[in-house]
Design a protein. Sequence first.
Length: 176
Amino acid sequence: MALKPTIYKFNIALSDMERDYYDTLNLTVAQHPSETLERMMSRVLAYCLNAQENLVFTKGLSAVDEPDIWARTLDDQLLLWIDVGEPDVERIRKASRLAQDIKVYSFNSKSAVWWSQSQEKYSAVAVSVVQFPWESIQALAGLVKRTMDMSVTISGDSAYIAAETGECEVSWLLLQ
């Protein structure tokens, strides 16, 4: 019998000072059985950083031809492709033929090694690559409850997250 995903519900008060975007997000997020809390929370943070109309989580790890998050127009054109992790450059090249905008959010402890090995290959592709510090993502994952209210305030290159279980700050580095 296959393992089922774990479902999390987030009620997020989002304030993005950089884009003058303010919203209340009610997200239901399925954590794949092989997915860590850190990866799931990196997806949630990437969603907050790109919040817009028609932005949705995809099947993610369950569908290899889909990103983790995407935004489509009403006529089904792909506006935004977001991958979380360290995807192969060939996957991103393929995405660049499908979507108008591509973003990669790297988050794990080996992120710097991955980037040093991939930077040259990625330079030929129109993609934004962002790195979340592993320690900050671990702190964010430490706040998680199955159902939670949280506040996310984005200012500059940092997100301040407050929840019932504590608070943390996640800064990021734009690699490309």
